[in-house]
Design a protein around this ligand. Sequence first.
Ligand code: ADP
Length: 188
Amino acid sequence: MNIILFGAPGAGKGTQATRLVDQRGMVQLSTGDMLRAAVSAGTDLGVRAKAIMDRGDLVSDDIILGMIVERMDSPDCAQGVILDGFPRTVAQANGLDEMLQARNWSLDHVIEIQVDEAALFARIENRAAETGQVREDDNAETLRKRLDVYHESTAPLLPFYSDKGLLRAVDGMAGIEEVGRQIDGILG
Ligand code: ADP
């Protein structure tokens, strides 16, 4: 089973992906985590990506698609993956379609975690307080920018997947366990 967890920055995609990994042994592909790993490792890609991420912009579609193709072809992904933070643009979604078709894989569900944007600002502050680590893109100014980018470039994927009959929504304002139950209800 291949699924996309979809939602605005801070919607809880990573939290729910981790839950699915723990409970169902699914494999999570998070482009945000991959990019942060590249930044920590100080690779060329990491150096280029860091400035883009820190200002809340999107890393180029070519780089993202390249990262995903490479990862998807590792054996552990053959049983299916949770895509978290990808695709984020229509070009990425088309690239994903081609990738899946070429491998005869299907996309089973696109789960939108719906949230109230005002609440996201409080969450981002909590995330910094709870983890004791401040991600450089976790501040109100960058979040504003990331939300703008989300509306402009990523939200158009909602009609894209709804037209394909794949889109399902869960209430991301509910507690973590309840959101998890709603997702379980969709995945069966
Ligand atoms: P969040 O889950 O909080 O929305 P992520 O950790 O997924 O954030 O991503 C952090 C940053 O990494 C993004 O703001 C963007 O700069 C970059 N990034 C992650 N995934 C993608 C993607 N699919 N396309 C372009 N840029 C991406």
